[in-house]
Write a protein that binds this ligand. Structure first.
Ligand code: ADP
Ligand code: MG
Length: 332
């Protein structure tokens, strides 16, 4: 960890590997010793979350998934309980488009691995049988710390919002160290904390099709901005790309190539909504964004068209060297 600029002597940066990406932590307004101690604590916490929230490596979540498959209920830790409660809420808010109960189907498509699946042949009849069992968060009930489920085909996969939840928890940790200004950037999924101190947090919205930038935006204090996309994680069968985001209504990967960027007050909501809007696509995103209660959203469709609400339009500056087709929606 090192101070970056002479004029920002109390800005500290560190990199942590978490959920398969690099998390860049920027802390402002504190001394180096506090920054170091806070970063070490974050590292420890993320390791714990990675172990216990992974849908395919043995930990608390896989134990719970096994219990559900066996028709047993199970007492879980407060963290996992919180995740399940949020998952239930977001599934219902998203009209079922965000559905973290479809882990069995995500796995059957070959996405439960650290590598992009190559040459994997999904068992399509098994997938459609699973989809017909309609696993949803509505099948799951919580009593005290005990999780029970009436549908043994439910398998939790929190990949659609675990990063957001993790960065929200990281904020709590940073606050416990007296830190007021921080930026947590996990590959373009960002939690900002405070107003940035000396200068506001200014960040780029990546172009999902290239390594370039579509636009830049200045975040208001404490805002979170998340992007979900199916340009990057997919696998190919006979030349056809299958996205890692599934349409819960069919169990089939979404057939439009899209990325969705959402600004919200919590990382969990921003991440879950970005995933839901990826499923909703250009035709239905506005309804779902409104239902989930977010005020700013932007989608890039497969032709490069940008769909956004006027409030989002007013906040961003587009990259000047490119022409964009803007499709502006009614206000959210
Ligand atoms: P990224 O930010 O990497 O694009 P997302 O936040 O969109 O990822 O989450 C995609 C992940 O969420 C998938 O890899 C899978 O684990 C899970 N998932 C897939 N489809 C859904 C869905 N409809 N609802 C909730 N989670 C999903
Ligand atoms: Mg997401």
């Amino acid at each position: 960890m090192a101070a970056r600029k002479p004029d920002a002597a109390n800005e500290h940066q560190a990199t942590i590997f978490v959920f398969g990406t690099k998390l860049l932590v920027t802390l402002r307004g504190i001394d180096a010793a506090t920054a170091q101690a806070a970063t070490a604590k974050l590292e420890q916490q993320f390791q714990h979350m990675q172990r216990n929230w992974n849908a395919w490596k043995s930990g608390e979540l896989t134990d719970l998934n096994q219990a559900i498959a066996d028709g047993r209920s199970m007492a879980v830790s407060p963290h996992l309980l919180g995740l399940i409660e949020m998952a239930k809420r977001f599934e219902s808010l998203s009209d079922g488009l965000f559905n973290p109960a479809l882990g069995g189907i995500v796995g059957a498509w070959g996405f439960h691995s650290d590598e992009r699946p190559m040459g994997y042949r999904p068992d399509l009849p098994a997938i459609s049988t699973l989809a017909l069992r309609k696993p949803t968060m509505g099948d799951v009930s919580i009593e005290g710390t005990v999780v029970a489920c009436t549908n043994k085909w439910v398998q939790f996969d929190f990949g659609g919002f675990a990063k957001g939840v993790a960065l929200d928890l990281a904020e709590e940790t940073l606050k416990s160290f007296g830190i007021q200004n921080a930026l947590l950037n996990a590959g373009g999924d960002i939690n900002s904390m405070g107003n940035g101190g000396a200068c506001p947090w200014r960040i780029s919205i990546r172009d999902p099709k290239s390594s370039g930038v579509i636009a830049v935006i200045t975040l208001a204090p404490d805002e979170k901005i998340y992007t979900s996309g199916n340009y990057e994680r997919f696998h190919e069968i006979d030349g056809v790309r299958f996205a890692h985001t599934l349409d819960p209504r069919s169990g089939i990967p979404v057939d439009h190539i899209i990325s969705a960027t959402v600004i919200a007050d919590s990382g969990a909501l921003a991440d879950a909504t970005a995933t839901a809007l990826t499923v909703a696509g250009p035709r239905d995103w506005h309804r779902i964004a409104r239902k989930m209660g977010v005020k700013y959203a932007l989608l890039v469709d497969e032709r490069g068209g940008i769909h956004l609400n006027p409030e989002m339009r007013a906040r961003i500056s587009f990259s000047s060297d490119r022409a964009f087709t803007l499709i502006e929606s009614p206000p959210l």
